[in-house]
Structures are given as C-alpha cells and as structure tokens.
Ligand binder design. Sequence first.
Ligand code: NOJ
Length: 560
Amino acid sequence: MNNLKRTWWKESVVYQIYPRSFQDSNGDGIGDIPGIISRLDYLKALGVDIIWLSPVYESPNDDNGYDISNYQSIMDDFGTIADWEALLEGLHSRGMKLIMDLVVNHSSDEHVWFAESRKSKDNPYRDYYIWRDGKDGKEPNNWSSFFSGPAWELDETTGQYFLHLFSKKQPDLNWENEKVRREVYEMMTWWLDKGIDGFRMDVINLISKVEGLPDAAGEGQYNFGGDYFMNGPRIHEFLQEMNREVLSKYDIMTVGETIGVTPEDAIQYVGEDRGELSMVFQFELMDIDSGPGGKWNVQPWTLSAFKRIMSKWQNDMYGKGWNSLYLNNHDQPRMVSRFGHDGEFRKVSAKMLATLLHTLQGTPYIYQGEELGMTNVRFESIAQYRDIETLNMFKEYREAGHSVENIMASIYSKGRDNARTPMQWDTTAHGGFTAGTPWLSVNPNYKEINVAEALSDPDSVFHYYRRLIEIRKQQDVIVYGKYEALLEQDERIYAYTRTLGEERLLVVLNFYEATVTFELPTTVAYTSFEQLIGNYSAAEHTDLQRLELRPYEAQLFKLR
Ligand code: NOJ
C-alpha cells in the first residue's frame, strides 16, 4: 500500500451523464431528468458507483447548460427540482452517489448578477464580473476566446468591455471580489445540504487571473492567454478557502477540470495535505493528436507518446495525489474512434481500451455510451451540428479561406458533437432516445449499436465493462498497487504490472489491428498465472513468456 488514505472515491467508478442526450421522456427531443430516472436500473446493472451529472441548471443553452442563469433552479427542458430530488433519492436508494457540475469560472450573461452588472459602472454587482476600458479603440488585451474570436465583448451601455474566456454569453466571474466567492460558497452549501456527494468543477484552474491582464504572446490578432489565467496567482488560496468554508464540512468527492496542468501542478491541487480537491482531470492525453495550430490541427499520435503520458501521470502522482482516468467525455471525440478501431474491430478495441481504463491507478470515468462502444459521427452538412465551439470554428476557418472539406475532416475527428449524439437505447426510431425530433440527430449506426443489443449479448462491450468493474472491486491491487510500465518504446503493445505487497497483476494490450507477439521481460517473475479477464473468448493463453496477441487483444493476468 502506498501512503495514501483509503477512501470511497478511490474505490469507485464514475459514470458521466450528459442530460440533454441521455433519455427524453416527454417527446420534446431533449433528454431530461425523468428520462434519467427511468434508466437508473440500467446504471445499477452496469455497476457504477457515482453519477456525474453535466449541468442541469437554468440556462439559455448557449453552451448546453455550461452557461448558467440561475444556479439554484433546474432548467425547464430537464424538469423540476422535485424531479431532481427524485433522481437523488433514486440513486441513493440504489447505493449510488451523485456529483453535480459546478460552473463558476463564468455564469450566463442572463444571470441576474450580470444583468445588474452591465447596467452601470456603479451598480453593486459591477465587480462581480471583469470589466475594463478598451485600448486604442480595441479590446483591453489580445486574448482569444476558447470558442474563437476575442475574449472581450464591448457593452454599449457603459462603453466598457467584459471578459469571457468562452462564449460572449459566458462572462467570467471576478473571483477577486470576496462577495462573489461568498455567493458561490453559499450556493455550494445549499446543494450539499440537499445531500449531493460532490462536485465536478468546470475549468476551475482558470478562476484566478494575473493582475493587469497582460497581452498574450503570439503573432495572431488574438492569442491564447493561458499564462495569465491557468493556475493563476490566487488559485490555491481560493480553493483552500472553498475547502475550509464548504468542502471540508462534508464527506464528498471533488474533481477539478484543470486544463494545461502537469503532474507537478496537479499535486498542488490534490495533495492530501493541501486541503483542496480530491482529484483533477488532466488534458495531456487529450492533446496528443493536436498540432501546433491547436485542437483542430489534427495530427497522428503514437503509442509510445501515449504511454509516456500515462506512465508519467501514474509514476509522478504515485503516493502523492490521486489520478482521474478518462478516455473521452462530452468535450472529446469517442474513444473507440480516436484510440481504437471503429470498424471491424470496434467491439474488441472498445474492450481493450476499457481494460486500460479500469486497471490503471485512479478513479475511472465512463462517459455515457462508451460502455456500448459508441462511435464518432459524420454528419454531411455543418447545418446538422449544434456545438457552439464547432460552429464558431467553422465560420472563422471559412472566413480565413479553409476548404469545407478540410474543416469537416477536423470536425469528424475532434468535434464535440461526436460525443453528444443521443444515447442509443434500441432499434426503434431515434434509437429510443425520443418519441419526438432529437435536438441533435442520432448516430445512424444505432440499429447495430444500442443498449438492447448489448444487454442481450453476453459478449457485449457492456457486459465486459460490468465484469471489469466487478474485478476492480475484488482486487485492491488495481486501486492501490504500484504501476510499472514494460516495453516502453513498443509502438503496438502497451503492457504494465501493478503490484501491492504480494499481489501482482500483468496487463497486456495490443493497440494494433493485426497479430503481434508479446515477449514478457525477464524482470517479471512468477510461478503461475491466472487470467482475470480478456477480450477474446476462444483459446486461452498457456505460455506467458510469449503471447500471440490478436488484433486489439487485451489480457489481464494475476501472477503468483
Ligand atoms: C468545460 C466544459 O466541459 C465544456 O463543455 C464547456 O464548454 C466549457 N468548460 C465552458 O464551461
């Protein structure tokens, strides 16, 4: 055992629900809370412990709920507070927990705080947001927004600009203002007192901006200003305050979304003596296929680079802070399309990736539909897309002269709507997601990939996830064991051991679409072995020294 304390959230598996796309119950084409409630037995059958609910608060939906206009009320499209209470009760009565999304780097411009703030320079809410005068008739600085264009918007009423790192309907809150922090803590306490089990904190490492908001380096008209707002000067002070005032009073878990962090940075957020967060989401793996031009500048990735990133996080965090593990979410393409094979080897490669996710050190996060091996989507026309980031990028790149074909190719591999197409429940119209017209079309492959099919096939990706989750619960070594990578330079095989006292596991994963031979390094000693799970049913392996791994084969062995 390493020197980390045992806690329930280290031993748990999280399942993320993107409510808009999970299950519609009233035929309006938008997923809702009663829809989620109708699927709780499905989640229980999968065996997950914690549900992370993407935002369900009142919102004009410029960014699908990540633009909140009232933090203490439920979006009409999703239901009522009574529905939400029934959801919490439904989860708790089944022994599952609920964590809510906390989006407090910014609010919606339709939040009453902002409506007040923009009225006049001396409004009591003025300092809830970040207002500045323009410079030489232009924005106060040259920062770009994550969603294209400048990070500033001129507001005619007072002639000043407000900062928005995301869309112009998502003004950044001013965390320097103690009143803002108090409001946020009160709101968090209100939800915690309702009995929730924690928070996922949206871009939480962006809340502290460098004083003076200096210009970003770069050649463009607008440039990424991350140096001046990622892990900013007061970030740890703010989070420690939040922990002291709110989090420490409850037995909960927290996971911070932290872009651009290294393991060293991460330990500052999650070190057990730090009094900040339980764990963070890192982005290094998600950036593996981004070129110098950023996320849309898609480049091929290599397995050695993939392993280098994973090993770095496994090793550097070991004994110091807890990892989160994810291969996709509502902002990322589907993992099987990105890191596996979404054609002939779809099922087997989805299981291989699942084996990785469930056998590293950290808390695994499953994104809805991942447990079915759901894939990316390729809509013909940009008119079929809904995501603000994708639509803004399309416009900006078209204006800059890129061809539609090239832009669509980037969208097919990286666009966020890949993950947001509705959950595929069965073979009926729209995959059983809605009786109406879905807000975003269902992936046409729903007739082949859906829950009904997965539940009835003992060999499905779903049942494989279920077994992995069970195995993780039986094997302490998966949760607490030390990781050691093997064959680090190999471009086809990812192999590692996990060790806890006398217990030892060997994980062997073929990331390649043909048969490859694995030779066990002599440093790994054992007298006998047992297969705990594998993604090919036929022909068990009898000789560990030399394994012929079939395409995307995954094997988990217990060594003795
Ligand atoms: C990260 C969220 O995951 C993403 O969906 C959202 O667009 C941005 N933060 C802004 O809230």
